[in-house]
Design a protein around this ligand. Structure first.
Ligand code: HEM
Length: 495
């Protein structure tokens, strides 16, 4: 890849001018072939240019390029990204060493400029450094939202959301193409926003709801774009890609929105005599925002490739057969059907394997200088774990590029973080806190939509598996499909 074609990082004339002037400073050594070793006793890896490191070898699709580099340099390789040292982990064994055996060393996150802005200086749980504040936040989330008891208490709310979606599709969108990812995103986002603040924040029928969605998509895009300023801090004030401007704009909009939400909640709370302390037991009376506003701490430190149509059809017909056998055609699916649907479970695992939503996990960072596999890892080294790459490695999976749910039918491999060849939600103390909800809802939406409707999509959309990259990856061409009801009409009318 040449310098300019890799130029998602070099998008304006100013950028180019600044880059060329910095580059000219180093031109002589570069022309003379002087290159910089990554660092002493570094894992093998491409040796980059002074200042820029390997930046010009990479586009925005890091996970794909890291996969190619792992074929040359092995399961643990190093590189410099601008001035920042980075390592890339690409095998289950290495992932186990980094994320389990040496977990304490790699339990913080890499903080970019965009993350710093949007997470109020890394104060959110996802980006908070490992320490007392992160522990407190994680404890609240797990006890209030994701404890087994809390999880059961929210079951009626989840069922209501899914069944409302099915009825909405039956009544308003029959024979019209719908964007499935968009519909599922909206339903899940509204589910979470109901738990957090008792509101459908992503309501498509209202301008604020549509605005909210726009802000989130912009966030995902900006946060997933590698930023020159993070990697070569000297160019930071120039904001050469305009990312700081974009993230600041979204941040200001979100901040104003959050302020209003908190003010409204405080006013509502002031008018209530009853003081409640737990969301799950008091759903409808209390939400997550109540819990956070009530929280008092004594701790001062709290501070694929092609995916042919026939494979999809074959897989879908098995899935639909299973759904019909287990559920029948006279009721909607409910969550308690999931344990009786082994092919569904295997299909979801295969989706998480081959199309992990977060292909490089959320990058970690070394707290201290340490050793991995006998190599030196410097302090504050960026750590990528390429779960996308592992899914495509024939040393890890037989016929890795085939979408084959059957591989999981007689297997104990699960997504819970114990099996280092399948880590869609990460593992260990920084693993995804929302996995029980996400895991359950992916099964539920997929099965409920396939059971209640037959779906038809234009082949050009179905066969095009290009991915759009951001903090998470999505199908580039959204799956537009036309639903045709397949259950008894009374199910949609009266459920
Ligand atoms: C299919 C959906 C999802 C996927 C694939 C996913 C994946 C991930 C991954 C890979 C991580 C980093 C794990 C690590 O570093 O080991 C993560 C962290 C996190 N996820 Fe998720 N996630 C999903 C949905 C959710 C939902 C629905 C929520 C909350 C409602 C959530 C909340 C979080 C939080 C708070 C963290 C940070 C945890 C920490 O740093 O302590 N996620 N997620």
């Amino acid at each position: 890849m040449d310098l300019l074609s890799s130029s998602s990082l070099l998008s304006s004339p100013i950028t180019l001018a600044v880059t060329l002037s910095i580059a000219s400073y180093f031109l002589i050594p570069i022309l003379l072939g002087a290159r910089r070793q990554n660092w002493k006793n570094a894992p093998p890896g491409p040796v980059g240019l002074p200042i820029f490191g390997s930046l010009f070898h990479l586009s925005q699709r890091f996970h794909e390029e890291f996969c190619e580099l792992a074929k040359i340099y092995g399961p643990l390789f190093s590189l410099n990204l601008g001035l920042k040292p980075a390592i890339v982990v690409s095998s289950p064994e290495m992932a186990m060493e980094v994320m389990k055996e040496k977990e304490g060393m790699f339990s913080s996150r890499t903080i970019t400029e965009a993350i710093r802005v949007i997470s109020y200086d890394a104060h959110s749980i996802i980006f908070s450094p490992y320490g007392p504040r992160w522990k407190a936040l994680r404890r609240i989330l797990i006890s209030e939202l994701f404890s087994p008891k809390a999880f059961e208490q929210f079951e009626p709310l989840r069922t209501k959301q899914v069944h409302s979606l099915l009825k909405y599709l039956y009544h308003s969108k029959w024979n019209t193409q719908i964007n499935i990812a968009e519909a599922a995103f909206t339903a899940l986002a509204n589910l979470v926003s109901n738990i957090v603040c008792s509101k459908n924040l992503f309501d498509n029928s209202k301008p604020e709801g549509r605005k909210m969605k726009e802000m989130f998509w912009e966030l995902i895009k900006v946060m997933g774009t590698p930023n020159f300023s993070d990697l070569i801090p000297v160019v930071k004030p120039l904001d050469t890609q305009g990312l700081k401007r974009r993230i600041s704009r979204v941040f200001n909009q979100l901040d104003t929105f959050y302020e209003k939400l908190i003010e409204e909640k405080l006013a509502e709370r002031a008018g209530k005599a009853e003081k409640l302390e737990n969301v799950a037991n008091n759903f409808g009376k209390m939400d997550m925002l109540d819990v956070l506003l009530s929280f008092k701490s004594n701790d001062k430190e709290n501070g694929l490739e092609e995916f042919p149509r026939k494979i999809i059809k074959g897989m879908l017909s098995k899935l639909v057969q299973e759904l019909d056998q287990v559920i029948g055609n006279n009721r909607f699916m409910v969550e308690s059907d999931i344990p009786n649907l082994p092919y569904l479970q295997a299909t979801v695992k295969e989706v998480f394997r081959l199309h992990p939503a977060v292909p490089l996990i959320i990058p970690r960072r070394s707290n201290e200088a340490c050793e991995v596999a006998g190599y030196n890892i410097p302090k504050h080294c960026i750590v990528y774990v390429n779960v996308w790459g592992m899914a495509r490695d024939p040393k890890v999976w037989d016929h890795p590029l085939e979408f084959k749910p059957e591989r999981f039918l007689d297997s104990t491999v699960d997504i819970k973080g114990q099996d280092f060849n399948l880590l869609p939600f990460g593992t260990g103390r920084r693993s995804c806190v929302g996995w029980p909800l996400a895991h359950r809802m992916v099964h539920y939406y997929l099965a409920a939509l396939l059971h209640a409707f037959e779906w038809e999509s234009p082949p050009e959309i179905l066969n095009d598996m290009h991915e759009r990259v951001g903090l998470s990856i999505q199908k580039d061409k959204s799956l537009l499909s036309t639903p045709k009801p397949r259950l008894l009409p009374s199910v949609y009318e009266y459920n």
